[in-house]
Design a protein around this ligand. Structure first.
Ligand SMILES: Cc1ncc(COP(=O)(O)O)c(C=O)c1O
Length: 402
């Protein structure tokens, strides 16, 4: 006989997935509604509006897509790309290569602009590469989760707009944790996910795009044959499931019959966004900034070194260099097995070199920070790291008591 699995709660201090807000999980056990039930349609319309706030946009188009964050990345990119189109991907971390990979699969001609992962690009360097390569689209990551660096976007966005280049940005790791200005930075398509600062389970992505994109993709709409043969396009998007032109009509007033919506996930998303707006988006950002500062400074009190450029460090991840002689995986295992606390390692050239502590969403709160720091110090002492034991956790406590 199979047993019902029962899990002990975790303190999740990774850069995603993070702890879902308990109220969000409670919403998911509401009865199933059909996807065209008027009460459900009302929530969809509210979700569309709420999604815009953390993005900093007044775009008409903003909605959610079933599938993890990369479903939104893929939907947005394949809607813009046609075979042979040139795409510039400035890469300063792991997730830029995901964008490039999606573009390659869409048969784009992908040009990578590469650099060390310890800082983002100087915007002028990206602009120079746009001048040189003349791409149709620039695809970038705002916050690189793997190395905790964040890319300034305003000058690149302005240049793209002036030169009729599409600007596509992955905001998966910053949405809901850091102030975003999609309109002001002239981002044409922006994508986020549910499992990071939104504090909902993984399983949906959020997308917004402007009129310019909407007009461009309009000619690519093709109605499914089962719904009628009157709207054909010889430039149709190569995926049915992730076809933005159909998804837009599913979330819009046409309400076309596309997929069967994951209604319970939409309840979760609605509640997560509602809670974020109830707290106040500025307060949400300020909470993340405070916890980021305290976590970072506490690490330094413990003699640990933060990886990468400080002025461009992303506020939702703290990347810590693993001290010489310390087994990073042993520390992670002790934290998880003995304290039920999870932190992350990293990828590529940073694998085994840094720990990543997440500071995201519902996990970004005082009790988590204090609990984690106390446990981390105990574990570091146990594995033989020499430092002023207690310096980090007592510093953090003093900061919270101020
Ligand atoms: C910056 C960034 N982009 C994209 C992704 C991919 O998201 P998902 O795993 O939700 O598909 C992640 C996931 O960690 C991410 O951090």
């Amino acid at each position: 006989m199979y047993q019902q699995p029962i899990f002990e709660g975790r303190t999740i201090m990774t850069p995603g997935p993070v702890e879902a807000h308990p109220a969000v999980l409670r919403q998911m056990v509401q009865p199933i509604l059909g996807q065209f039930d008027p009460e459900f349609l009302k929530i969809m319309d509210e979700v569309k509006e709420m999604i815009k706030v953390p993005f900093g946009t007044t775009n008409k188009q903003a909605f959610a897509i079933d599938g993890t964050s990369r479903s939104g990345l893929e939907a947005g990119l394949i809607a813009l790309i046609e075979p042979g189109d040139k795409v510039l991907v400035p890469a300063y971390g792991r997730f830029a290569y995901l964008l490039g990979e999606i573009c390659e699969r869409a048969q784009a001609d992908v040009v990578y602009l590469e650099k060390e992962w310890d800082s983002p690009f100087i915007q002028a360097d990206v602009i120079a590469a746009i001048k040189e390569h003349q791409p149709k689209l620039v695809a970038m990551v705002h916050g690189e989760t793997a190395n905790a660096q964040m890319q300034p976007l305003d000058q690149i966005g302005a240049f793209c707009r002036e030169n009729d280049v599409f600007f596509f940005v992955d905001m998966v790791a910053t949405y809901g944790g850091i102030e975003l200005k999609v309109d002001e930075w002239k981002v044409d398509v922006a994508v986020a996910g549910t499992q990071k600062c939104v504090s909902a389970p993984s399983g949906m992505s959020l997308i917004t795009y402007n009129d310019r994109v909407e007009q461009f993709i309009e000619a690519r709409y093709q109605k499914e044959l089962g719904l009628g043969s009157d709207e054909r396009s010889d430039r149709f998007v190569s995926s049915n499931y992730l076809d933005l032109t159909q998804l837009q009509r599913y979330w819009g007033p046409e309400r076309i019959n596309h997929h069967t919506e994951a209604t319970s996930m939409v309840y979760a998303l609605h509640e997560a966004l509602r809670l974020m707006l109830l707290e106040g988006i500025e307060n949400v950002h300020a909470r993340h900034a405070k916890n980021d500062r305290i976590l970072t400074e506490s690490m330094e009190k413990m003699g640990l070194e933060i990886y990468g450029a400080r002025e461009t460090k992303m506020g939702t991840v703290i990347p810590i260099l693993i001290p010489a002689g310390i087994d990073g995986e042993e520390v992670r295992s002790l934290l998880l097995d003995q304290f039920k606390i999870e932190i992350a390692s990293s990828f590529g050239s940073l694998k085994g070199k840094i720990w990543r502590v997440g500071n995201m969403g519902y996990s970004s709160r005082q009790t988590n920070v204090l609990h984690f720091l106390s446990a981390f110090e105990t574990v570091l002492k146990k594995v033989g790291y020499e430092f002023d034991y207690g310096a980090g956790s007592t510093y953090a406590l003093e900061e919270y008591l101020k």
